[in-house]
Design a protein around this ligand. Structure first.
Ligand code: HEM
Length: 553
């Protein structure tokens, strides 16, 4: 089996989505002003809120410890804190009452209360407040206000609002040193839109057909190295297969065939360069950032050589790299080598962890719920009766039972638990019970797939694994209208890689179902809430035995 260590976080989500743009201190404000953060430079979001906050405050505590030697700083700090609290109270009493219909605010101790509740876990906080104060509410986190929109009736606004009203750029700036200059969140919206068009073109059906062929070859090759029987950590295995596949389909043949180990190691450094502290200080000269920057520079060199060689040989390949090489801006300008490299990094960050986590949850559920495993096997038999052993894009598209098994695993465990935007304009939102709230400019607006995907008025027995809820006739996600199922986001910034992700996971699981019998031997896994992209905690041990699925039962 090929060994590799090639983990990258989900670009648009990981690095963008979860990181809360709240606590950006201005350089130099860190000493005693733990609570006095400068305005915008909106902190790019962090995927692991709690650890970001913890790390952030650790930094503050360390800095404060230095100050302890000097009492005057401690006294000044305390005075500052007391003044801040008093000023808040006085301002609240004296301020003219706004005529705005502001959303209810989460009850918490002044100044740090909201932060503390958030640090204890955003999902429990959302659960509690949703039950108490409804589908739109604001939590004050130090100097920032995050307003949550929960449920399709209100999150429609989140997903559909134009960029001029709710934007991603401010909360995603943090990606820039990783993706590199000139791409995605380093460029203005009009250029970004064009670059997203390149993604759309690179992921259209004609391209997906050839990616699928590569996915199948990778899966066959990978599992051919397993023995007749054995015990494996399914999570580890699927993670590695998905890295290999992503590098074949996205980064291209040169990397997959000749440079895989080198490029894997470089991506590992890039991934590790995203620390909680990077959220606040993405350019802080710490070893992890230096390694990230070196890796980014080396990746740029590698791709520059590959791109030059492809261009000079005139050879064209079926991969995303080739699509980006061939992409043109509206004014006819071709993409530069730097842009191509940045877009590929972004794609890998977007699709890798998310897909491997989802393929592991799908397996864990199918192996635990025999009813659905049996249905998925029966579906494979039916397809084998029609098409023999052949598998391609269209055949994968016939696998509806498997699709629903994946979709349901992803409903229960969306790797991206929170999506964020920054509000540039006041706007009004109406709840399903007819209340209207005015959301002021300057709020961070958030919605949570992890919570909204389990709303009991949309999903029957929402905590139960029941893939049939998506079957024709039930269609629970459609019955409540758009944005009832938001594991892939939706609307203006809905995931562009959704079909790719399903095809990849189906290619893997159809191969496994046809060629192996499994037994889950470790306890059913839990969410790893501390991971950058919320994944599967610990190992997922399975015993396997090779066998050919017979079409005769
Ligand atoms: C199970 C796998 C995946 C999940 C759960 C997922 C989830 C998401 C979510 C929730 C968003 C919306 C972010 C927001 O609204 O702020 C998103 C956006 C995006 N995803 Fe994925 N994703 C997955 C796989 C992929 C793959 C494989 C690719 C590409 C190869 C990809 C590319 C993108 C891109 C380019 C965007 C940005 C779209 C935009 O902003 O217009 N994703 N994804």
């Amino acid at each position: 089996m090929e060994q590799c260590d090639f983990s990258v976080s989900h670009a648009f989500h990981v690095v963008g989505i979860y990181r809360v743009p709240l606590l950006m201190p201005s350089p130099g404000s860190l000493r005693i002003q733990t609570l006095a953060f400068s305005e915008p430079n909106l902190l790019p979001p962090s995927s692991d809120l709690r650890s970001n906050f913890v790390e952030f405050f650790s930094v503050q505590i360390m800095v404060s410890a230095m100050d302890l030697k000097e009492h005057k700083f401690v006294v000044a700090g305390l005075l500052f804190f007391v003044t801040l609290v008093l000023a808040k109270i006085v301002a609240a009493v004296l301020a003219p009452k706004s005529r705005k219909r502001l959303p209810p605010t989460v009850a918490a101790l002044p100044v740090v209360g909201g932060l503390l509740r958030f640090m204890k876990g955003p999902i429990p906080m959302i659960r509690e407040e949703y039950a108490k104060i409804g589908s739109v509410f604001t939590v004050n986190i130090i100097n920032r206000k995050i307003t949550f929109f929960i449920g399709p009736e209100v999150s429609g606004h989140f997903f559909k609002a134009p960029e001029a009203q709710l934007s991603q750029q401010e909360v995603y700036q943090f990606n820039v040193p990783t993706f590199g200059p000139g791409v995605v969140f380093d460029v203005d919206y009009s250029v970004r839109q064009e670059q997203f068009r390149f993604f759309t073109e690179a992921l259209r059906v004609t391209k997906l057909r050839s990616y699928v062929d590569q996915m199948i070859v990778e899966a066959e090759d990978y599992f051919s190295k397993w023995g007749e029987s054995g015990t494996v950590d399914l999570k580890y295995e699927l993670e590695h297969l998905i890295i290999l596949t992503a590098s074949r389909c996205l980064l291209g043949r040169e990397v997959r065939d000749k440079l895989f180990d080198d490029v894997s190691a470089l991506f590992h450094d890039l991934d590790n360069g995203m620390r909680p502290i990077s959220v606040i200080f993405p350019y802080l000269p710490i070893p992890a950032h230096r390694r990230r920057d070196r890796a980014r520079a080396r990746i740029a060199e590698i791709f520059s050589t590959i791109i030059k060689s492809r261009k000079s040989s005139g050879k064209s390949e079926d991969d995303m790299l080739q699509c980006f090489i061939d992409s043109r801006y509206k004014d006819g300008r071709p993409t530069t080598e730097g842009e191509i490299t940045g877009l590929l990094i972004a794609a890998l960050f977007a699709g890798q962890h998310t897909s491997s986590i989802t393929s592991t949850w799908t397996g864990a559920y199918m192996l635990s719920y025999k009813k659905y495993l049996t249905a998925a096997l029966e579906e494979q038999r039916g397809i084998m009766r029609r098409h023999g052993d052949k598998v391609d894009h269209d055949i994968l598209s016939e696998m509806d039972v498997l699709y629903r098994c994946i979709k349901e695993a992803l409903r229960l465990h969306p790797p991206l638990i929170m999506l964020l935007r920054y509000s540039h304009d006041d706007f009004t939102v109406a709840t399903k019970d007819g209340k209207e709230y005015d959301i002021p400019k300057g709020h961070i607006v958030a919605t949570s797939p992890a919570f909204a995907n389990r709303l009991p008025y949309i999903y029957k027995d929402p905590n139960t694994y029941d893939p049939d809820r998506f079957a024709p006739g039930r269609d629970e996600d459609k019955a409540a209208g758009a944005f009832s199922y938001i594991s892939f986001g939706g609307g203006r910034h809905g995931c562009l890689g959704e079909p790719f992700a399903y095809l990849q996971i189906k290619a893997i699981w159809s191969h496994l179902l046809r060629n192996f019998e499994f037994e889950l031997i470790s306890p059913f896994p839990e969410n790893d809430w501390n991971a950058m992209v919320v994944g599967v905690k610990g190992e997922v041990m399975v015993r396997y035995k090779r066998r050919k699925l017979s079409i005769d039962n």
